[in-house]
Design a protein around this ligand. Structure first.
Ligand code: GUN
Length: 287
């Protein structure tokens, strides 16, 4: 039986800690750290994420600014919104919720956010800093996964870590973070041969592919720590249900520790966004 890693409880602790540091920040600088969240369109999942981000920001004592734009907004208008937020001294962190509608250029917008306000850590400057071990803003989901792993396993030195998925948002930055912790890191993806045998060598498995319950018990080394980043909506008996990339019921008896979906990685991602906003504000004001 695996330890179930309670992401919700751990996220509450992280938010509590951030709230304390936000209070000291406010005393020192006489301003609250400000987080701007930009939402384009009415994608239901994005609306839920943004609502939770704003709620948690308020709980952390941050100043939250929500900018909602219609689905058919043109690129120039969106660029202008981002530019205004870049210039606004009350805004220390900017997040543009992804995915954007098809007609908008996601890469352009990621590049347009001032790197020092890029609390997602997606700007190429921050990606470069992360990969060269410099002080940076680290993508929230991998940062949340790392905090859970360190809490569960302690020092990660020498662990064999296998990441399933090579996205810019999770897979690649997760690899950089685990490498920094002196893990031996492998990324497997849709074109990898013998994926199951490779995953079976892992002390740490991070699944981030977006395929419902793909990872089964025979992929997992007994006792391994399994972090499930997937959030997939499926239908069971006509009812909508959220499942991860890991078949939880199958894998849980084999793993040493495992994150549930929901209640695992998701809350930690949002908590780390609060942490990053405070980090960004501190880096901007101490100059
Ligand atoms: N959409 C899904 N995950 C994320 C994320 O981490 N950041 C942003 N901006 N959009 C997302």
């Amino acid at each position: 039986m695996a330890t179930i890693i309670d992401g919700k409880a751990l996220a509450a602790l992280v938010v509590e800690e951030v709230a304390k540091d936000v209070a000291s920040f406010e005393k020192q600088y006489n301003i609250k750290p400000g987080l701007a969240v930009v939402l384009v369109g009415e994608d239901p999942a994005s609306q839920v994420y943004v609502r939770n981000k704003v709620l948690r920001a308020n709980e952390s004592g941050l100043n939250s600014i929500e900018r909602k734009l219609p689905a058919d907004v043109d690129q120039a208008t969106l660029n202008k919104v981002v530019d205004e937020l870049n210039q606004d001294p009350a805004v220390h962190g900017i997040l543009v919720q992804l995915p954007l509608p098809e007609h908008l250029d996601e890469e352009y917008i990621i590049n347009a956010i001032a790197p020092e306000k890029d609390v997602d850590g997606f700007h190429p400057v921050n990606v470069g800093r992360l990969n060269s071990g410099q002080e940076t803003l680290t993508p929230c989901t991998p940062l949340g996964c790392l905090i859970m792993l360190q809490r569960e396993l302690g020092d990660l030195t020498g662990k064999n870590a296998v990441i399933i998925g090579r996205s810019n948002i999770v897979g690649k930055p997760m690899a950089a973070l685990l490498l920094q912790q002196s893990c031996t890191v492998t990324i497997v993806h849709s074109r990898t041969r013998d994926i199951e045998e490779i995953v079976k060598q892992a002390d740490i498995v991070v699944a981030a592919v977006g395929r419902s319950e793909m990872v089964k018990s025979h992929w997992i080394k007994p006792g391994a720590a399994v972090i499930d980043v997937g959030i997939n909506a499926i239908e069971v008996d006509g009812k909508r249900k959220l499942v991860g990339d890991v078949d939880f019921a199958d894998v849980e008896p084999v793993a040493g520790a495992i994150t549930p979906v929901p209640g695992g990685v998701g809350p930690m991602t949002i908590a780390c966004l609060m942490k990053n906003t405070l980090t960004a504000a501190t880096q901007q004001l101490r100059k």
